[in-house]
Design a binder for this molecule. Sequence first.
Ligand code: PMV
Length: 324
Amino acid sequence: MRVTAIAPSNIAFIKYWGKKDEILRLPANTSISMNLSNLNTTTTVEFSKDFENDSVEINKSTTDAPRVIKFIDIIRKRANIIGKVKIVSENNFPTAGGLASSASGFAALTVAATTAAGLRLSEKELSILARIGSGSASRSIPDGFVEWHEGDSSDTSYAESLYPADYWDIADVIAIIDEGKKDVPSTEGHKSAQSSIFFPDRMKNINNKIKNIKEAIRKKDFPQFGEIIEAEALEMHAVMLTSVPPLIYWQPATIRLMREVINWRREGLSVYFTIDAGPHLHLICQKKDERNVTKRLILIEEVEKTVINSPSAGARIITATSGF
Ligand code: PMV
């Protein structure tokens, strides 16, 4: 069977940075995210004994992708199949530029490959499997606003939906600052988190922060929510900056934009930022302010592009047909 799936990327409001188990990809803490409507990966998978080799095509170019094949081997073993695989995958945004391509990529791959292999997994099982591919991919399986429980074993570390996509009309306007590839991929970066002197303090306070953000989302209290996500992004970057060796994901334009957002807020526009392992800013606002935020961003020279996102459903199958 040939199966095509689509999966959204997601933006974390409470970040996953650092692991307590490297092999199982168990995160150091629970994280909270929202799926993004306009950053997604579409992936087609087929297994066949007629294929001579495994083949992986990402964004129209053939690659070796050992991490992808290792992941496919887990699925082949579980489904007890021996056929070679053909994978064709496309992102509608730049790969590996700090825009979480691994989240949408491994979520789409998990759904397409397990279905193509004849497995019928629950959402929880899909999230666990996606996590093994890439931690944040576990959060791109369920719908809308998502919590990834850190767990203490593979079976207890999975994501589930807190609220569906239409629960809250908020937007993520991404300001893309530099489309080049980032220096240190997040998989590498996670390993250094514990070397920051701030990491133990972050862990001490994280459960309290999670409780507060869940409360803000439940009440749809936007300013309370915004204050938490902005402080959280700065805290994660404080850990990155003080890791050994230090990780500096920001560009000069990242800092300029952070200052702009704080100024816009002083002028009465309710907008907050968050940042992942890259230079781009995610400007989180209410839907009613989305155009105003975008208009202001377009006037800033260093902003190469903006991508407006609303909350989105999670990974899903688009087509399943028999054979090529
Ligand atoms: O799943 P990874 O290894 O790409 O890690 C994602 C790390 C951050 O984007 C920085 C934070 C997060 O929770 O998404």
